[in-house]
Design a protein around this ligand. Structure first.
Ligand code: AHG
Ligand code: MN
Ligand code: MN
Ligand code: MN
Length: 325
């Protein structure tokens, strides 16, 4: 029996009292963009989609051609959905606001169109991350994009790898789909995904450890020595979505601590930490900035950065208490 993501969303729709199919229509904007991005990635070496685009984005990063393509695909496909009031993207300085009244434009979508840009040219997994908020009944759309992660109505990611998969939650469990190339549809592969309470890997860029608080180095030593759950191995892909997806399936911890270079952390709260934190918690895991729950952080700017530790309860709690000492 095959279940497409649209069917699955409609079945979940029962949990969305006020969404009469608008949400599944909205999500179809993400899946359409994902198929466009996936097609570009599949033949990257044959089309002019590799390498730098030649501009620096608001993050101060050299934009890659695929960053720009993915951003345009997401803006185009989602912008066509009347239920979208505004879009916030890693690649846009400011929100893209559509002139739609509160009745029509009910949702705000925040996204990282292409995550793991440094891996594009070396054919390593990259992803797309998205987060969905309701537009508050009143107030200016521009300011209402700054909502706490606990207010998300949905979140998900696409992982472009040996297979292309979509993982999402609407607050009722975490569900995974695989893109079936022959029919061009995302089909249900994993229902109610659960993150193990502990796992075999830690995932951090060890090259930065000397630039972070010594507690992080001690934490890594304790995991290598088997003092926190089992003796941990190390895995670091350098694409957040891929490192997170492995942690969701196998358990363990991913963390990007504050460093002297990025004292507030490198990863962005709104379109990296929040959506993955929603998914992690829905699957029985945890996500913190080292002190607070990620989903409780009150955002002040759409591109604000945060330290992130995300994964299994055992490891995340152990890191949090190591930092509290
Ligand atoms: P993006 O490509 O969307 O800018 O995100 C890159 C992020 C994230 O994917 C990954 O976890 C992290 O950068 C890797 O950073 P380092 O190369 O500093 O380890
Ligand atoms: Mn990213
Ligand atoms: Mn990105
Ligand atoms: Mn980037």
């Amino acid at each position: 029996m095959i279940t497409t993501v649209q069917q699955h969303i409609l079945q979940q729709q029962k949990n969305f009292p006020d969404a009469t199919g608008t949400f599944s229509w909205l999500l179809s904007g993400v899946t359409l963009a994902a198929k466009m991005i996936e097609a570009k990635i599949r033949s990257a070496g044959l089309s002019d989609i590799l390498g730098a685009y030649g501009q620096t984005n608001v993050q101060g990063e050299q934009q890659q051609k695929l960053d720009v393509y993915a951003n345009r695909a997401m803006e185009h496909c989602l912008g066509l959905r009347d239920s979208v009031a505004a879009l916030v993207s890693e690649e846009d300085d400011e929100p893209v606001v559509f002139n739609r009244d509160g009745e029509t434009g009910k949702y705000i979508i925040v996204f990282d169109p292409l995550d793991g840009s440094s891996n594009i040219d070396v054919n390593v997994n990259v992803g797309t991350i998205f987060s969905v908020f309701r537009r508050p009944q009143w107030g200016d759309v521009n300011t209402s994009v700054l909502q706490q992660g606990i207010k998300q109505v949905a979140a998900g990611y696409v992982l472009y790898g040996p297979s292309t998969i979509l993982v999402y939650t609407t607050g009722h469990g975490v569900h995974g789909f695989t893109l079936d190339q022959t029919i061009g549809a995302f089909l249900l592969s994993w229902e109610n995904m659960r993150m193990p309470d502990s796992g075999p890997y830690y995932s951090v860029n060890e090259a930065n450890l000397e630039e972070s608080a010594p507690e992080y180095t001690q934490f890594v030593h304790d995991m290598r020595a088997g003092k926190i759950g089992e003796k941990h191995g190390s895995r670091y892909i350098g694409s957040l979505v891929a490192d997170f997806h492995r942690t969701l399936l196998k358990g363990g911890i991913f963390f990007y601590p504050p460093t002297t270079k990025v004292p507030h952390g490198k990863l962005r709260l709104m379109y990296e930490a929040n959506p993955l934190a929603f998914i992690a918690e829905q699957a029985g895991g945890m996500a913190t900035n080292g002190v607070d729950r990620i989903l409780d952080i009150k955002p002040e700017a759409i591109h604000q950065r945060t330290p992130l530790a995300i994964g299994s309860k055992v490891e995340v709690e152990a890191l949090r208490s190591a930092l509290a000492k």
